[in-house]
Structures are given as C-alpha cells and as structure tokens.
Design a protein. Structure first.
Length: 288
C-alpha cells in the first residue's frame, strides 16, 4: 500500500471521530466547527512559520487557497445547520453525494473523464450508503430547506476537493493547510456571531473535546488527507471519504454505546465494496 493511501486511511479515521464528539452535545455544532479550525491553526501556524512554509508563488494560488478555506468552512456550517433542521442520517446521506458532484465537475470544468470503475464504485457505494442510513430515512425525506442545505453541503465538499487538488499540485501541504485554515477560522467566526453563539463558558469536558477536534479531527486528519489529495485522483479521494460513516458508527459504538445493526453492517460492506471497485483496475506504475 502506498504512502498516499495509508495517509488517506488514517486521515479518514481521524475525521470519523468528529461526529461522535458532536453527538455528545458538549457544545453546539457551529461553535465546535469554529474551534476545530482555530485550535488547529494556532498550533500549525508557528510551525509553518519556523519552517519557512508560508511563502506563496503568486496571488492566484493564495486566492484559490482562500476559496478552499471558505468552501470548507461553508460545508461544515451548512452541514451542521442541516442536521439541526432534519436528522443526522438525512444530512449525512445528502452530503455524501459529493463523489457524484466531483465526477460531474471534473468532466465539465476540468476536461477529465472519470474512469468507468469510478462510476461503478460510486453507484455501489451510494447503494451501500442508502442501506446504511435506512430506507425509512430516504422515504421520509421532504423537499424542504434542510434537504437543500444537505445537497448544498455535498456540492461544497466536492468543490473543495477539486479546488484543493488544483492548488496542492503547486503548493506544499503545510503551506496550503496553514492559509486555508485561517480563512476558514475567520469565516466561521462571523457565522457564529450571526447565529448568536457563545464563544466561552464551556465545561472542562467540552474544552477537551474541542482540543481533540482541533488536533485530531482537523490538524492531523486534513494534513494527511491533503497529502493523499496531492498524490491521488480527486475522484478516488472523494469516494473513499464515504467510509467515514462506517468508522463513525464503530467509534460511536465504542465511546457512546450506540448499537450497530445488521442492516448497517450490510450497508458498510457494500460501501467498502464500492470504494474498493475504484482501486481495482490496471494502472500505470506511477498512478496511485
């Protein structure tokens, strides 16, 4: 297994902890998103400064990095608002349509035709996701604001993957993460102000959870995922990220006692089969 695939796997494990912590309801979803970005940036920025990783070749790359930061922060904010007005399962299903958008956007805007294995794997994985969340969730969906916010979250996630792929072809991972996170932090700060969120007054357990989110779910996770994005096709990365639903369910069973049903186990197997399909093909040695 290549370094990029190992980095992607470990990175997905790290971000899978995030929904488990959110379900503990120690802070609101929006404020946890802000501190997740802010804590990670505070830790990374001095390291990047010390190592001389804050230089950009041109304004265009800086601008695109800023776009990435706003897209990522917008995705988190919209996803949390969607959950607040519907259910976590519905929001998760709609957000995880992002691989389809990645494939469509790649074809339309980047003149890249995703391979047949990607489309086949996507269909299989999305079937698994529908089994995983349950038919009842799909049947009970309403075309309301929460539905369209969930769809928007998937679109934003897809755009982030594609734009970050473009930037990471020319910028080092630490440089990209350091700048994109400051844009995300500032954006989420104003989002929280708009929603009247409190920035202080949390319990010790809540502050510990925010620290874990910042260090593990953001800093470590997205350095690894960005490294994988730099060395792998965006379509593969986006589809592989579907597996976070499986890992989140397993972690929830361990830490907060949620039960994994036989139907979820079946859905997990189908999701993993879909992801594996995208990797099962004859490729050139240099292709990850």
């Amino acid at each position: 297994m290549s370094k990029a695939r190992i980095a992607l796997f470990v990175g997905i494990l790290c971000i899978s902890i995030f929904p488990v912590i959110v379900r503990m309801n120690l802070t609101s979803g929006l404020i946890s998103a802000f501190y997740r970005m802010a804590i990670a940036w505070v830790i990374l920025f001095p390291i990047a400064l010390y190592k001389g990783k804050l230089g950009f070749k041109n304004f265009k790359l800086m601008f695109l990095t800023g776009i990435c930061g706003v897209l990522f922060a917008s995705d988190i904010a919209v996803w949390n608002i969607s959950i607040q007005h519907s259910s976590a399962t519905q929001a998760t299903l709609l957000t995880n349509l992002s691989p389809i958008w990645v494939g469509v956007f790649s074809f339309v805007f980047l003149n890249y035709r995703p391979r047949k294995s990607f489309w086949l794997g996507t269909c299989i994985a999305l079937l698994g996701m529908m089994v995983f969340v349950g038919i009842d969730t799909i049947v009970e969906m309403n075309l309301d604001a929460a539905f369209f916010l969930g769809m928007l979250s998937g679109l934003l996630y897809a755009l982030y993957i594609l734009v970050s792929k473009t930037v990471l072809e020319k910028v080092e991972v630490i440089t990209f993460i350091a700048y994109s996170m400051i844009f995300s932090t500032v954006f989420l700060f104003f989002v929280n102000l708009a929603f009247g969120e409190d920035f202080v007054g949390f319990s010790n357990e809540a502050w510990i959870s925010l620290l874990v989110q910042g260090v593990v779910c953001q800093l470590i996770a997205w350095i690894l995922i960005s490294y994988a994005t730099q060395h792998m096709r965006a379509t593969r990365v986006s589809l592989s990220l579907l597996s976070q639903a499986i890992f989140a369910a397993l972690l929830a069973a361990v830490f907060i006692g949620e039960k994994i049903t036989p139907v979820q186990m079946l859905g997990s197997i189908i999701i993993l089969a879909g992801i594996a399909t995208t990797f099962y093909e004859k490729t050139k040695p240099e292709t990850v």
